[in-house]
Design a protein around this ligand. Structure first.
Ligand code: THU
Length: 130
């Protein structure tokens, strides 16, 4: 698992964050099963509610490129402790079974299983045959 490549891509994507309302920049990079990397940054909106988080922008970029199978995601921000995805992003990561999640700040990296961040995501409405 080449986290280095993914973390670097996430920091680079963060440079493009559009966050005039929060002034908080986030980058995310997804590793696809085919080895390709898709990245995203947060894209805010004056309505606030229409803001897209970096994780969901990365998923959208990959899906728009025809890619739906992923291995991992790295999420980076300049926070005191590594950032953690919001509930909506956890749900969207679960949709595409992004199992490994690396949360990163300037000094630390913490790895989680998506199952721990969103328990029982695959039961109920996401309970489908593989
Ligand atoms: N944000 C993300 O992009 N990803 C996260 O994991 C947490 C929050 C964004 C949304 C908003 O633009 C800003 O950070 C403040 O919440």
């Amino acid at each position: 698992m080449d986290w280095e490549k993914l973390v670097q891509a996430a920091w680079e994507a963060r440079e493009n964050a559009y966050s005039p309302y929060s002034n908080f920049q986030v980058g995310a990079a997804l590793l696809a099963e085919d080895g390709r990397v898709f990245s995203g940054c947060n894209v805010e909106n004056i309505s606030y509610g229409l803001t897209n988080c970096a994780e969901r922008v990365a998923i959208g970029a990959a899906v728009a490129a025809g890619v739906r199978r992923f291995v991992a995601v790295a999420v980076v921000a300049d926070t005191a402790v590594p950032i953690s995805p919001c509930g909506a992003c956890r749900q969207v990561l679960a949709e595409f079974s992004v199992k490994r999640v690396l949360l990163v700040n300037r000094t630390e990296r913490v790895e989680f299983c998506l199952d721990d961040l969103l328990p029982r995501a695959s039961t109920g409405i996401l309970d489908r045959p593989e």
